[in-house]
Design a protein around this ligand. Structure first.
Ligand code: FAD
Ligand code: EPU
Length: 340
């Protein structure tokens, strides 16, 4: 017989968000499979609650008023395969990094540059996760979702997802309307290495890797990430707190005259993406601590919780950073993290 949907009342979310914000949810639902999800939709109705995966891209400023639905839907299967490629369907509660390592073991390649990104597979399309020259959209075949209001299933092709830099339809027009149930990924059976970004090649040389495999690339990415980013198990954080802002070419040229060391990358449309970490560091924030909220000493784009900071304390620091970057550069920083 099926187990009942597990529900807990008045429970702290401290261990369910990587910032470690200690805030109480009135109701926490543990969704182990799709039956739980359908039961939750039928019995409880969706009243604007919150879906939580790994809680690694969220800042709680206030306690959720409605129920929190914890996604633990598990399963991976191959649904199409030929000599060169495979399409896998992965349930949304699977851990992203475990999926990356599993896919490499199977000989399914592509996700290696996205190793060690925390969180669940279901959250990956929400902001089109990206790192080291790749984004989810490079591999996403489509997304299975359930409309929370009606319980009806809907298929989103990759095009329907409207992926952009740290954005998708799920963070835009359809925000809060769907529960992502599974993600379909198209992976290659032929290694296609992408080692040009950042310090990957340098790291491979340091490790004296001669004929590079996708697994070598994954390990190089893991090493680089560990050297720069705080481990949430040791220091609360949600990765980059802000997005890297884009400016027009003429705005970039004007800024570059005043700030010759400005770090920027070309976008395909000719605009320039500025390294927000550089802007924040140039304003003197790197390594600064206000109470238990801090700007990480090795990566200024990451805000950290030294222990007891509340969401408002972290947000207070973020607001002061936004103001000073605006004051110095005339650039508005936008949070990447979802603020609740
Ligand atoms: P959560 O934080 O639980 O949720 C994020 C948002 O998605 C919330 O609004 C939530 O309601 C919604 N959501 C979650 N699951 C579902 C679902 N099944 N259906 C509908 N809505 C849902 N991100 C990058 O892109 N690149 C990086 O390199 C990167 N590095 C990071 C490094 C560190 C140390 C940390 C802590 C974070 C980093 N992140 C990075 C951010 C984060 O890992 C990703 O955004 C990740 O996809 C979040 O997954 P999650 O399951 O923790 O999402
Ligand atoms: N920089 C500084 N000072 C800093 C931090 C960065 O000057 O304190 C400058 C350096 O010149 C550095 C450049 O900024 O070379 C870029 O820094 P980094 O390579 O660390 O990348 P990022 O732009 O800060 C982005 C993503 C990360 C992703 C990395 C690697 C965003 C908002 N962040 O960070 O994603 O892992 O590139 O691809 O796009 C996340 O989204 O949570 C995240 C961690």
């Amino acid at each position: 017989m099926r187990q009942m949907l597990k529900v807990e009342r008045n429970i702290s979310l401290k261990h369910f968000n990587t910032f470690g914000i200690d805030i109480v949810a009135p109701t926490l639902l543990y969704l182990q499979d799709e039956n739980d999800l359908h039961q939750a939709i039928t019995d409880l109705e969706w009243q604007g609650g919150l879906i939580l995966g790994g809680g690694s891209n969220i800042l709680f400023r206030q306690a959720p008023k409605n129920s929190v639905w914890l996604n633990r839907l598990k399963g991976r299967e191959v649904i199409e395969e030929n000599d060169n490629a495979v399409i896998i369907k992965v349930k949304s509660g699977e851990n992203w990094h475990e999926l990356v390592m599993w896919s490499l073991e199977q000989g399914y390649f592509g996700l290696e540059n996205l190793a060690l990104i925390p969180g669940t597979v279901g959250a990956a399309p929400i902001q089109n996760i990206g790192a080291y020259g790749c984004e989810l959209r490079d591999f996403c075949h489509g997304v299975e979702a359930i409309e929370l209001r009606t319980g009806l299933s809907k298929w989103f092709s990759a095009k329907d997802c409207q992926f952009g830099y740290r954005s998708s339809v799920f963070k835009g027009a359809a925000k809060g309307e769907y529960f992502i149930v599974a993600v379909h990924l198209r992976l290659s059976k032929v290694p296609l290495l992408n080692t040009t970004y950042g310090a990957i090649e340098q790291r491979l040389v340091e490790k004296q890797v001669s004929s590079t495999t996708p697994l070598d690339v994954a390990h190089a990415v893991i090493d680089i990430r560990k050297s720069k980013l705080p481990d949430p198990a040791e220091l609360g954080n949600a990765g980059s707190f802000f997005k890297n802002p884009s400016v027009s070419l003429s705005q970039y040229n004007t800024l570059k005259e005043t700030f010759p060391n400005l770090v920027a990358y070309s976008n395909p449309d000719g605009t320039r993406k500025l390294a927000a970490g550089w802007l924040i560091e140039a304003c003197g924030w790197k390594g600064i601590r206000h109470g238990d909220a801090g700007c990480f000493e090795k990566q200024a784009l990451v805000l950290v919780n030294y222990g007891q900071a509340g969401g408002d304390e972290i947000w207070g620091l973020a607001s002061r950073i936004i103001s000073s970057v605006y004051h110095k550069f005339g650039i508005q920083l936008d949070p990447e993290v979802n603020i609740v």
